[in-house]
Design a protein around this ligand. Structure first.
Ligand code: SAH
Length: 355
């Protein structure tokens, strides 16, 4: 079988070719190569993360996002520190070894309040991984949260093309600031997750190439890739959603470029296609993030329309995800924290494509 970029660092032309290909045989070659690389580094294990969406208040106004500040039609909620801890307890009971606290950029959660929450979770769960996903903050704030016990941080860069970034965000938000946050987080010692949406308005293949080039430079421990899905009452409400196939190709390409990064099969993929997450697993993804948020607030964390898993109980989400993982030929590795095997130093062997 022909293997995409066997043994070599692919050039831009080759990457653009695979970004844009619509040839089914070539796409299958790409996915097969990604599966092989993933198996080489992570076997067939799929890691589980318990996602706690703890606030839908946000001071930002990203044009694509359903919980943007200007959306007056969405009902806001905020979990109390005790409710967040209760979600962690429930998650631990279900077997989770990683908690992901995600929310809008909610000023109520000051550095001090967030640190207190992280400290409480850390005290009760000394061996669990605590992941934060609360947007752009100062380096000092990231450092304090790290000292409080957080180990990982998810901050998608959203797009690595600065003109495209400007078309998706208010003028006050800058790609350079977002990148600086990511480099600071990595420098502090977090396991860092970057990522981008596929099919956002005005995105070109060149933008996606920029995403790959940026990721190759940042070398994050995790990369979240999901299709754009329009959200009601946002400036992008009437744009079409991103393509599932293109999203899957981007997952496979990132697996080939960063063999040891962690790649989630995202909820957005599952929203656009009933087997979107399973397809992502067969294209090189190795993480799933079932929802641990209290059932009553789930529909309110409405980043985009028709989001799945908003009605189920946490236990049901875990059962359903485990079945899906097994049905795709993989092994649910609930008991593992699932730390990234990305080497700290930029190892030459990792730059080369081993497929
Ligand atoms: N405030 C945090 C969390 C943002 S929400 C932060 O800034 O990182 C998590 C992710 O949801 C975002 O990074 C974005 O990539 C994704 N998202 C937001 N709106 C979306 C939409 N309409 N379609 C698909 N994904 C979306």
């Amino acid at each position: 079988m022909k293997r995409p970029f066997a043994g070599e660092t692919p050039g831009d032309d080759e990457l653009l070719h695979y970004i844009t290909t619509e040839d089914p045989a070539e796409t299958e070659e790409l996915f097969a190569a990604a599966r092989l690389v993933r198996e080489e580094h992570y076997g067939r294990d799929v890691y589980f993360r318990g996602l706690i969406e703890f606030t839908s208040h946000c001071k930002n106004d990203c044009l694509y996002c359903g919980i943007r500040r200007s959306n007056s039609r969405t009902e806001r909620y905020r979990l109390s520190p005790e409710q967040i801890l209760d979600c962690c307890r429930a998650g631990d009971g279900l077997g989770f070894r990683t908690f992901v606290l995600q929310g809008g950029e909610d000023p109520w959660f000051t550095g001090d309040r967030l640190c207190a929450i992280v400290r409480d979770i850390r005290a009760e769960f000394p061996d669990h991984a605590i992941t934060l996903s609360v947007g752009e903050r100062s380096r000092e704030s990231y450092e304090a949260l790290f000292r409080a016990g957080a180990n990982r941080y998810l901050l998608r860069h959203e797009t690595a093309d600065s003109a495209h970034y400007a078309a998706m965000h208010p003028a006050a938000m800058k790609l350079s600031a977002r990148k600086e946050c990511l480099y600071a987080l990595r420098d502090i010692g977090y396991q860092v997750g970057a990522g981008f949406m596929v099919g956002t308005p005005f995105q070109t293949p060149q933008c996606l190439l920029e995403d790959l080039r940026f990721l190759r430079d940042l070398r994050p421990h995790m990369v979240g890739i999901g299709p754009f899905i329009p959200a009601a009452a946002t400036p992008f409400a009437d744009y079409p959603p991103g393509g599932v196939d293109l999203t899957l190709r981007m997952v496979a390409l990132v697996r080939l470029l960063l063999p040891r990064t962690l790649l989630p099969a995202t909820t957005a993929l599952g929203t656009l296609s009933p087997d979107g997450r399973e397809q992502a697993l067969t294209a090189g993804a190795n993480v799933v993030m079932p929802n641990l948020s209290p059932q009553n607030v789930r529909p309110l964390y409405s980043l985009y329309d028709n989001k799945i898993c908003t009605g189920d109980e946490a236990a049901e989400c875990v059962r359903c995800m485990s079945l899906r993982v097994r049905a795709s030929g993989f092994v649910p590795a609930m008991a593992s924290r699932g730390d990234s095997r990305m080497p700290l130093e930029a190892a030459a062997e990792d730059r080369k494509i081993s497929a």
